[in-house]
Design a protein around this ligand. Sequence first.
Ligand SMILES: NC(=O)c1ccc[n+]([C@@H]2O[C@H](COP(=O)([O-])OP(=O)(O)OC[C@H]3O[C@@H](n4cnc5c(N)ncnc54)[C@H](O)[C@@H]3O)[C@@H](O)[C@H]2O)c1
Length: 284
Amino acid sequence: MAVVTGAGQGIGAALARALAAEGARVVVNDINGANADEVARLLSEEGLQAIGEHSDISSFDGAEALMEAAVQAYGGVDILVNNAGILRDRMSFNMSEAEWDQVIAVCLKGTFACARAAVRHMRRSGKPGRIINISSRSGLRGSIGQANYAAAKAGVLGLTRTMSREVEKYGITVNAISPRAVTGMTDSVPDAVRRKKDASWSDSSVVLRGSPAQVAPAVLYLASEEAQWVNGQVIGIGGDKLSLWTHPRETVEAYSFGGWTLQKIRELFRPTFGSELQSVGNKD
Ligand SMILES: NC(=O)c1ccc[n+]([C@@H]2O[C@H](COP(=O)([O-])OP(=O)(O)OC[C@H]3O[C@@H](n4cnc5c(N)ncnc54)[C@H](O)[C@@H]3O)[C@@H](O)[C@H]2O)c1
């Protein structure tokens, strides 16, 4: 029994379809209720089990209503895919409070609200549970014009690592996916930005941003019984590429007994840390 948020189109719709095709009964959530119902109708027509659900997941109430609908329809929730997301791109110095708040509300608060509500049901059921949070390369690497979105998606990673440790003992795993696919969301990226980004990939025949359906296998794996041992991880998938991201760690350590002074840091910083300074960018 699976819940997929923001599944009225794009990656979410593909994930709902893939889970249903594997035999899961799926709650297709989307704030765009007509799209959610249409996806559920198409799946049902194919003999798969799905219902549409219209909650706005960006509040605790909406998240609770969604899980309640799952319990009413299918008796519980075993798999939650936190996929709903929005963009409100603008350079940070021009970004409005509303643009910041809306993205944080859907991408970060909504992910937490649904994970929290789902874990409450999963703990009660005593069965293994799966939470799969859709993050983004923006949250891992930063992305110009996306301070709100990058902060939210980075927050999702902290949430994933924390909740994975909190709920492991109940047989629940919490992992994150960094997907890449051509969807309505990538359509909203201005052409100039997209062309610039695409140029850095054009020297390769490898497809990095494929169809939404090409994201699904990683979600199916994390949702499967055999992936019980995979917890707190960040998996990248898109087109031809599958990757495993590292967790942040200290690259160089230095100790000064009694603490550091500005002078000591000046003497040490360039010779010892200089070669380790990493550039922040989206090129690789
Ligand atoms: N497409 C990509 O390459 C890409 C890359 C990185 C991350 N992502 C992430 O993948 C997820 C899916 O993206 P997509 O490209 O399919 O986008 P999309 O815009 O096609 O779909 C997102 C869906 O979420 C729904 N939604 C928005 N706010 C909601 C709310 N409050 N409650 C319920 N539903 C809501 C929308 O109505 C929409 O149907 C998002 O979290 C996105 O940030 C996508």
